[in-house]
Ligand binder design. Sequence first.
Ligand code: AMP
Length: 412
Amino acid sequence: MSFKELKLNKPILKAIAEAGYHEPTLVQEKTIPLVMGKKDVIASAQTGTGKTASFALPILQLLFDRQDAPKRGKKIKALVVSPTRELAVQIGENFKTYGKYSNIRSAVIYGGIPMEPQVDILKKGLDVLVATPGRLLDLHKQELVDLSAVEILVLDEADLMLDLGFIDDVNKIARLCPEEKQVLLFSATIPFKVEQLAKTILKSPERVDVSPELPAAGNVSQLLYYVPKKNKMELCLHLLRNNIKGSILIFRRTKMGVDKLERTLSKNGYKVETLHGDKSQNDRKTALGKFKNNYVNILIATDLAARGIDVKELDAVINFDLPNLPDTYVHRIGRTGRAGKMGMAYSFCSADEKQYARNIQQSIHIQIPVIEDHPFPLDPKAKPEIHKKKTGSKHKKGRKGAGSKKKKKRWY
Ligand code: AMP
């Protein structure tokens, strides 16, 4: 399914294309039509499934399509309540990204920082407000935020919201909004207390369930290497020299990355072919043919270019860049370990990709063994609390990988 088939309008399609999204994730496919159909929705989906866009995109579209354009940017029409400020900020950023061409005003408010700048933003008028419960209620008490025109209320990470003790706040916020409103509730899991909350706030909700996630391939041994971004190339060469043999598929996020890796590996004497969106159909066929017939044993590809290719008997997959979606990870590593054979999946994770690694592991319910004993470790202090395969003290102090901003251009 494409985003176009979800009947999203041009300004939104343009913004998501620039964000590098090619097709909707499962939760987006299921949720977007329900939200656009003005249904209440209770969705069980965790971070990493693309759940934010599953409510942000249709909300932007509903607001954009309204006839009363002059009223735009004045009263809050969509309110998103988030349990933590980090999540609130992320949601706010997503609204800005997806709403880039829609002329919809959005803002984020949360506690722990001075109120004044937030009050100024509220005074200027908004269409979408993302807020943590405490600060929202504080501002409401002081009559600095007006919820009387809210048409859509989103409760994100409802299970965490309740775990953090926000149940009364959430009920109060729901009551402060008009009785007639659309409510969307998202939760990683739907325990009894979330069901209860949903019963009091939602009206005949439609259910969306995108868990359990695809199980990760059982015949694949997965290994995780924390490594500074600048050292990934060297780590790759090191592993190819010492550990990884046979036919190998290496995934990179961008076509530029594919080309760069190809140059380095070729210079180092490896026989390599590549697949990416800039290659003609003929070139791709030739590259794939050479790989399948063992003229070359390394194929470097982007996810999109690798889609649908069937290469039997792969020995290893290397995730040179970690994918941002767990499903993509599962699809990638599922290309090895086929037909009863064991396969290996090596994943390189730089500092800026740690959140992806967390999301992937949460989603596949596996703690991927971490190989610490390699020449290019990340700063051990920067490591998250993960299961460690080796606990040796061989770490050198490494520089953290530089945070990479997402490319805005077509990148596959
Ligand atoms: P979320 O589950 O909303 O936290 O999203 C997880 C990550 O997936 C974020 O980095 C999003 O930017 C990204 N994302 C969301 N939808 C898509 C999509 N359709 N294609 C690719 N990436 C996406």
